[in-house]
Design a protein around this ligand. Structure first.
Ligand code: ZN
Length: 505
């Protein structure tokens, strides 16, 4: 029997090996979305399937359970807050989950969601829910099986949410979302009733793409994204891929008439990228060195995209530079005109185009419906009607068609039930982190002067460098002194902003 220390070292060597295999997959995935000729799709499918098998075989190796047994309860993990204890906690979870899922179910899920995604693309194009319906029914059936196999204390949703936001339950989300929704609905109505609007046409002008790219790269670098260890390319769907230490890839897409689309997209992905670049590289491959949760990851992107990137201090520094980057284009626009235009609140049908206030209602709606579908309280056949009724109640808008309603998102088609709440958690965590960091002396003055280092250093120390050593709730407590407090977002952040632009409070 190996010593506990040797067993631990063996486990970490194995984890590093499959993390390296996953990083190879990530390079191939990036290439597929940016560079690969269309003819390469077949070969790429085989390549990534092979890598996935190699990873899976390593994760289900029976030797892992024995090694974990050798380490468990030993002096290596005696301190429950140590990196080593976190490694063993996370690895045990991965191994146990993999062992509980029958191979047949994993294969069936892979097949069903591949077909589901194809069907979703066609159904959305044709605005024909009936085409997607049988696929969603099959996916739900399999996800219920998955939840039952993995196990849960409260309800099936918990088992799925745990994949994305470890340690959080549907009841936790409900406790956050119910009061959040009750507060946002009248607030958004008050914004509409205020009658105030930004000046029209501010954002719809000629913004040459090469200049947009230079300006966005300059901003990403200013807030702390290291281009010596990363790059920015063009792709149909913007993303950030943290391939590993020293290599992080961002993508965006440009609209030659609306600079704000790519610009805030780049800030968003750069926020993810800065997190990835500052994870504890010296522990690379260890389970504790990964990002904490999807909600925490999203907090980093939304903090830069919205809570800093749409703020007055940010544009005090960047507005003269924006005017210089596009000579003559914005001569008639003041900084405050621009600020109002990029912070406008307006209910709309499509989640990914939503503003900061209405965005969270889009998520609350999806959470309610996917939770009800999973328990069986809502039949898939009744989804479009339920969606439209709820949308009308929350937004005051009648959904004109399913492709602007329940068919708009890809998530359910790939089996991502339980994923949506992490977006709103990201908004809420971001506001709380920003609030804690802004207690540092003169953070806003520093940002207005173009110095982002104090904020980036705070995030690095309190969030990024901690990887997955703590669960999200504990990470938040250590960084801010409190568990998640949604009022940091609603009260301290959003209401202040809306009172400034719309006079509501
Ligand atoms: Zn994101």
């Amino acid at each position: 029997m190996p010593s506990p220390r040797d067993a631990y070292d063996d486990l970490m060597r194995r984890c590093r090996e499959w993390t390296l295999l996953q990083s190879c997959s990530a390079v191939l995935g990036w290439d597929q979305q940016t560079m690969m000729p269309r003819g390469g799709a077949g070969l790429r499918g085989e390549q990534t399937a092979l890598l996935a098998t190699l990873v899976h075989d390593r994760m289900v190796d029976p030797a892992l359970a024995d090694l974990l047994a050798d380490v468990g309860g030993s002096e290596v993990v005696a301190d429950p807050e140590s990196w080593e204890a976190a490694d063993v906690r996370e690895l045990t979870k991965t191994v146990e989950r993999a062992a509980k899922l029958p191979r047949r179910l994993v294969e069936e899920l892979a097949k069903t969601t591949t077909a589901g995604q194809e069907a979703w693309v066609l159904a959305r194009q044709a605005n024909d829910f009936a085409r997607f319906r049988p696929h969603l029914e099959s996916i739900l059936k399999l996800k219920r099986e998955e939840a039952a196999a993995v196990g849960f204390v409260g309800e099936p949703y918990d088992a799925l949410l745990d994949e994305y936001e470890p340690g959080t339950t549907a009841a936790d989300i409900d406790t956050i979302f119910t009061p959040l929704t009750a507060e946002l609905v009248p607030l958004i109505r008050a914004v509409a009733d205020s009658g105030r609007r930004p000046k029209p046409g501010i954002l719809d002008r000629d913004f040459p793409i090469d200049r947009q790219k230079l300006f966005a790269e300059g901003a990403a670098a200013a807030i702390g994204f290291r281009f010596t260890e990363g790059r920015l390319d063009t792709a149909a769907h913007p993303f950030c891929s943290g391939i590993g230490p020293g290599d992080c890839r961002l993508t965006t897409r440009y609209n030659p008439r609306q600079f704000n689309e790519a610009f805030f997209g780049v800030l968003h992905e750069a926020g993810h990228g800065i997190y990835e670049q500052n994870l504890p590289a010296e522990r690379y491959g260890a389970p504790s060195a990964a990002y904490c949760s999807l909600g925490i990851h999203e907090s980093q992107s939304r903090l830069w995209e919205n809570q800093i990137g749409r703020g007055e201090a940010f544009w005090t520094h960047f507005y003269p530079r924006l005017q210089q980057a596009f000579p003559g284009t914005l001569d008639d626009v003041t900084r405050d005109d621009l600020l109002f235009a990029i912070n406008a609140v307006k209910p709309s049908f499509i989640r990914v185009e939503a503003d900061e206030a209405t965005y969270n209602l889009h998520i609350a709606l999806r959470f309610e419906l996917e939770r009800a579908m999973l328990t069986g309280d809502l039949a898939v056949a009744d989804l479009p009607g339920a969606w439209n009724d709820r949308f009308l109640a929350l937004f005051g808008l009648a959904v004109p068609s399913d492709n602007q309603g329940c068919l708009q998102d890809v998530h359910w088609s790939f089996g991502g039930l339980g994923y949506f709440p992490t977006y709103t958690l990201g908004n809420l965590y971001a506001a709380q982190f920003r609030g804690a960091a802004s207690k540092l002396p003169s953070v806003d003055e520093q940002i207005a002067a173009g110095n982002f280092a104090p904020l980036t250093s705070w995030l690095k120390e309190h969030i990024h460098r901690r990887g997955r050593r703590f669960r999200a709730a504990e990470l938040c407590r250590r960084a801010t002194g409190d568990g998640l407090k949604p009022e940091s977002f609603t009260h301290d952040y959003l209401r202040e902003k809306l009172s400034r632009f719309y006079g509501v409070c």
